[in-house]
Design a protein around this ligand. Structure first.
Ligand SMILES: [Zn+2]
Length: 166
């Protein structure tokens, strides 16, 4: 029994460096639920950045609140970032297809959809023409992403964006 739900149309692939990714086995239609994370909700002050697999296990779900996934690695820890993703948020812990997805595609979301702080910043090599190259906790402030991901931001970021727009 895992703590999270993963659509059975998906599979996990691992690479030689110990990394993992989520791929489709069969096509997934736009709007279909792909993943729902389970775990423990922790306050910012309880986060231990020195823990193993910190950035794989932690996702911000509201102001000062984070979801921490299970200590034992689960398939839902394997979603990678892309600057041209095929998944978006539905609620705080759900991911759905934002377009029709073919069999054999990697499933990704843009970490700008959920990251409102600096806990997971990195150089991106997603290879897309729209790649931002540096993914930061401030990317959600980019107005071009507000348009691109309308309706797909985590709810707490959607609230922040609504305020900035006024
Ligand atoms: Zn990129």
């Amino acid at each position: 029994m895992t703590h999270s739900y993963l659509n059975p149309k998906c599979e996990i692939r691992t690479n030689s460096r110990g990394g993992c990714s989520v791929y489709t086995v069969v096509p997934i239609r736009k709007g279909e639920l792909v993943s729902m994370w389970g775990g423990t909700i922790v306050h910012e002050t309880q986060l231990d950045r020195s823990m193993q697999r910190f950035t794989e296990r932690v996702i911000q779900v509201d102001e000062e609140l984070y979801l921490l996934t299970a200590e034992k690695k689960e398939p839902n820890d394997c979603f990678n970032h892309s600057c041209e993703p095929n998944l978006g948020f539905t609620g705080q812990i759900g991911l759905l297809a934002i377009r029709d997805i073919e069999a054999g595609e990697q499933l990704t979301f843009d970490y700008a959809m959920s990251d409102g702080g600096s806990y997971d910043e990195f150089d991106c090599q997603c290879g897309m023409p729209t790649c931002r190259h540096k993914v930061t906790g401030n990317d959600w402030k980019r107005p071009e992403l507000w348009v691109k991901y309308e309706g797909y931001f985590s709810p707490y970021l959607a609230r922040r964006i609504e305020k900035l727009r006024k």
